[in-house]
Design a protein around this ligand. Structure first.
Ligand SMILES: N[C@@H](CCC(=O)N[C@@H](CS)C(=O)NCC(=O)O)C(=O)O
Length: 241
């Protein structure tokens, strides 16, 4: 049985898993879980990932949640080129350091900007108040500053000369606010140059393919079935409090 990946490419962590598998010629069957249709709450998906999140993986009778765990599993099982998840102790520790930090920084704040600028207005029919928006933008700016100053410094990639899982996970998160109309790369030459190197390292065609849906999300927003987004309302309420 071929390995199954449960993904929705609107999701940042799904795009990292998708691009990693494709880039490394890992054979897999793509199982599309449409988040905007609430398919993560369907009974069958609950058996794959009781956390009700994508990405998820099934390899025979083994199931796995969490993008970082999935990326590491794929790197180790398929012995992908060493630079992705280096065997060198200190380089690997640098990758782990970024992967441990990003959840509460670039990911959390980039996602919030996506929700505030894009999802919440669709779901509620109203714009998010300016003071709340300013607050999340400030947090995102701080994360990007820390990314440049602590994680990237003057290196081509996070761990040095070569691309790793850390860069892959970083770029997908940074593309989320871009998809909501906030070009975070504008006015940040160092970050833009890094983005271009990462795109090159992944392969432009693959990068564009993985990001095609999210970068068009604004165009399809009017076509979304709002009744299917009802289950997001409780979350929106929490986010705005
Ligand atoms: N920590 C998890 C986060 C997964 C996650 O939050 N996935 C989102 C999409 S980006 C999801 O499935 N959301 C569906 C929902 O919350 O209903 C990972 O890295 O895989």
């Amino acid at each position: 049985m071929v390995l199954e990946l449960y993904l929705d490419l609107y999701s940042q962590p799904c795009r990292s898993v998708y691009m990693f598998a494709k880039k490394n010629n890992i054979p897999f069957e793509l199982k599309n879980v449409k988040l905007f249709e609430g398919q993560q709450y369907e009974e069958d998906f609950g058996k794959i990932n009781p956390l009700r999140k994508v990405p998820a993986l099934r390899d025979e009778d083994f199931t796995l949640a969490e993008s970082i765990a999935i990326l590491m599993y794929l790197a180790e099982k398929f012995k992908t080129p060493d630079h992705w998840y280096p065997s060198d102790l200190k380089k690997r520790a640098r990758v782990n350091e970024y992967l441990s930090w990003q959840h509460v920084a670039v990911r959390a704040n980039g996602s919030k900007v996506f929700w505030f600028k894009f999802m919440i207005p669709i779901i509620t029919g109203e714009e998010v108040p300016k003071e709340k928006m300013d607050f999340v933008l400030e947090d995102l700016n701080m994360s990007l500053k820390l990314f440049e100053e602590k994680f990237l410094q003057d290196r081509p990639f996070i761990i040095g000369e070569q691309i790793s899982l850390a860069d892959l996970v970083a770029i997908v998160e940074m593309m989320q606010p871009v998809a909501a109309g906030l070009d975070i790369f504008e006015g940040r030459p160092k970050l833009s140059a890094w983005r271009d190197r990462v795109k090159e390292g992944i392969g432009r065609e693959l990068f564009d393919e993985a990001h095609a849906a999210i970068l068009k999300a604004k165009d399809i927003s009017q076509m979304l079935d709002k009744s299917k987004l009802e289950f997001f309302k409780a979350r929106v309420k929490k986010m705005l409090n």
